[in-house]
Design a protein around this ligand. Sequence first.
Ligand code: ADP
Ligand code: MG
Length: 418
Amino acid sequence: TDYNITHIKEDRRLLILLNPKSGVGKGRTLFQKKIVPILQEAEIPFDLHITKFANYAREFVRSCQLFQWTGVIVVGGDGLLFEVINGIFERWDWSEAIKHISFGIIPGGSGNGLARSIAHCCGEPYSPPSLPAALAATRSHHEMMDLVRVETTSQIMFSFLSIGWGILSDIDIESEILRALGEPRFTLWSLARLIGLRSYTGKVYYLPADANITPCDNKMPSFDLSNNADLPSEVHLETNNGRQRLDSWYSAASRRSAYFSTTGSSYQSTTESDGENLEKPRMYGPASQLPCLTAPLPPNWKCLTGRFILVHASYQTHIGSDLFISPQGKLNDGLMWLLIIHASASRTQVLQFLLGLATGSHANPNLWDGVIEMFTVRAFRIEPDVRERGYLTVDGECVEYGPIQAEIFPSLVKVMVP
Ligand code: ADP
Ligand code: MG
């Protein structure tokens, strides 16, 4: 590969957000020693912000003068990029922002799934602190990347990596206490989880890749808002019908009204009515095409019922630098790979599966007699039995244990590629 540094002609300026606590906590030194020289050599101006606490990057991105930069780079793990992406979708100008900005990730975390996936998809070697990732920052090459809109009963978020229920999420969350070890913590905890193998009860609904999303029949009202004068003063949304999604941020008690922004695909909400202090920012982003979380699904969806050791959806090749979960994944194929281990799998099979993750050999369906399945979907819903305890994770972060649904939005954002 040609690693010549490209000198820029265009007006580029980067925002760099660095998590000093990522991984084993060496991000700052690594950035100064390895990355700054490359950016200086390429004469790319940048503004560096060190995060001060969790959600610092998210708040920063939500409220900053974003358009002064052409790219946002995180130095950290997937968790930091998750904050940045979701901060973007909390901006009313999100649709302009995602056209303008490309996102980059310089791996420094203990979960570096996306950095590894981007390197893989571009046929680049991967070794943090990734030289290719740094060089990507000096160029203006980008690829489009799919994002997944995720909904639980308490929040809406946008995910770029995976949604998990079962053994992989258990390992990811429970091994937090071994953070000081860096990525090997996954391997160690895998063994522990295998000894105390658990399964979880619930339902998994999915829309197969070859089926179309039938937009939900009680769709959002739409208006021609090309002229601001047409803006309706208020649109009241019923909360006991299929579109209560619009307001799922808010407590059921709060009265609310909403109006639609000029794109018609997003909305804003005002809550002046009851004087409740609603701190939680609005989540904008493209509107869902699915029925709300409590409504029945269309007939072209399929359903699996029973006990599961694992249900994991991933949309990139890797969910960690040694976890080659969806070998056929692409950055922008508009597909999620749904991986299912039924409770009937034996310990030996689960062990073989976990070992296979490093090389991708687990993805061979002939190995598993149907106890492990892997197929592509466009949307899914998981309804765990909440009488049991467990974890649900989105891009490695825990979310509320309860119903969750997700749908893929093809090619929604730009990512920097080497
Ligand atoms: P890792 O891959 O090691 O988990 P990440 O960069 O993904 O590293 O960050 C892990 C978590 O740390 C993220 O959820 C993020 O919100 C949080 N975080 C970001 N900045 C800070 C900070 N300065 N102090 C503590 N936590 C932070
Ligand atoms: Mg994909």
